[in-house]
Design a protein around this ligand. Structure first.
Ligand SMILES: NC(=O)c1ccc[n+]([C@@H]2O[C@H](COP(=O)([O-])OP(=O)(O)OC[C@H]3O[C@@H](n4cnc5c(N)ncnc54)[C@H](O)[C@@H]3O)[C@@H](O)[C@H]2O)c1
Ligand SMILES: O=C(O)C(=O)C[C@@H](O)[C@H](O)[C@H](O)COP(=O)(O)O
Ligand SMILES: [Zn+2]
Length: 358
């Protein structure tokens, strides 16, 4: 089947290709002028990285590998410094390029390294998880964590091209696929009800990477993200909706010392945000129930232990969504009707937590 091209316009201009056999687009996808390429990857996708390196070398490029630690351990300043060192020692210039191959942790790191080396070199992303294909590799949010919180250091820097080769998902565990679907469902709740219908109609087919429903759900989610970032690259307004479920979700990831999958944490965060939307007076019980039903279909958690609220609240205050001491949440008035809830009373926030405490 041929590939689909989804375009991001505006300041984040880039091309997202979705389909099979897309690695064959390399090296042409690199464009002209590039001599050296740094491939940032983890051991998990080492074979893919090596075959990309070989095809680039055969085409005359100098291709270097930077193997980085797995998952959130990649998103540390020490790991960025390791990549900068390889580039420095190879006399990497402004006309050279970085390719990130991996899940969202790698694409966030690779993006950050590309943005910061010589104040910006060409970036290509080859996401290998559902989550990275529909979200992390697109739209140019790059970032690393600090001891105090998630993604506290980073910048906006878009990849020129994102190759979403669905064949690369073959080795992904069902747990990873379902965690990635938390972000797919997020796009359903904030903007695209067809995604929710697909999940409710047959969750097994929708999450089977070989099915037509899977591809449809992935492409719909990518379109939601591409549309939003085309309008608001630097999150001065509309883009905030992509943070649905993330205010609490990031605090949970921090509380769990980054041992939980991002998708798992934000699934709980979205149920919390739905409860908040209901308590703030707009969201119907039916839509709140729909959140629980869909995340349960995806076998994702919908509760978090009671007694953790104070710690989560303190972490949320450090999140970049807090401004002038006021916490900001995305809530829904209905499916596909998101809005910002800023400065809500702490007792309201606490009541919503009581609804998800298990
Ligand atoms: N920049 C953004 O806009 C954005 C959006 C969403 C999430 N994120 C970030 O993305 C990260 C989460 O991404 P993720 O869920 O992809 O997690 P991840 O990058 O940690 O990958 C999850 C696991 O899957 C493994 N893996 C990757 N590809 C594989 C494959 N093809 N086969 C088998 N295993 C494979 C990885 O080695 C890892 O163990 C978080 O750090 C989150 O903050 C960023
Ligand atoms: O692209 C965005 O904008 C998002 O918010 C997408 C989120 O899914 C993603 O997890 C993002 O990294 C969170 O951003 P942050 O600004 O809250 O760190
Ligand atoms: Zn996310």
């Amino acid at each position: 089947m041929s590939h689909t091209t989804i375009t991001v316009s505006g300041a984040a201009a880039s091309e997202i290709l979705v389909g099979h056999g897309l690695l064959q687009q390399l090296p042409a996808a690199l464009g002209s002028g590039v001599q050296q390429v740094l491939i940032v990857h983890t051991a998990t996708v080492g074979k893919i990285a090596s075959s990309v390196r070989e095809s680039l070398a055969a085409a005359g490029y100098t291709a270097l590998l930077a193997e980085v630690p797995d998952a959130e351990a990649a998103k540390r300043v020490e790991v960025a410094a390791f990549c900068w060192q390889i580039m420095g020692q190879a006399d990497f210039t402004r006309s050279d390029a970085i390719i990130g191959i991996g899940g969202g942790a790698v694409t966030d790191l690779a993006g950050f390294v590309a943005a910061t080396w010589l104040r910006g070199v060409k970036l290509l992303q080859i996401p290998t998880t559902v989550l990275a294909m529909v979200d992390a590799a697109i739209g140019g949010k790059t970032g690393i964590n600090t001891a105090e919180g998630k993604n506290l250091v980073g910048c906006f820097y878009a990849a020129e091209r994102v190759l979403c080769d669905l064949e690369l998902l073959q080795t992904l565990s069902p747990n990873e696929i379902r965690a990635g679907f938390a972000e797919v469902a997020k796009c359903g709740f904030i903007a695209e009800p067809e995604i929710l219908d697909l999940l409710e109609a047959d969750v097994d087919r929708a999450t089977d990477p070989t099915s037509a429903e899977f591809r449809r759900a992935i492409e719909l989610a990518i379109k939601v993200k591409a549309d939003v970032v085309s309008q608001d690259f630097k999150e001065s307004g509309q883009r905030e909706i992509l943070n649905y479920g993330h205010t609490l979700g990031h605090a949970i990831e921090h509380a769990e010392r980054y041992q939980w999958r991002h998708g798992v944490a934000i699934a709980i965060g979205m149920v919390y945000a739905a409860e908040l939307g209901r308590l703030a007076g707009h969201l119907s019980d039916a839509v709140v129930d729909r959140h629980r039903r869909i995340f349960e279909l995806l076998q994702l958690p919908v509760t978090y232990p009671a007694g953790r609220w104070e710690g989560l609240l303190a972490t949320m205050q450090r999140d970049k969504k807090a401004r002038a001491g006021m916490l900001r949440f995305i809530v829904l008035d209905d499916v596909a009707k998101p809005r910002v809830l800023a400065g809500a009373d702490h007792s309201l926030l606490r009541f919503a937590y009581d609804e998800i405490a298990g």
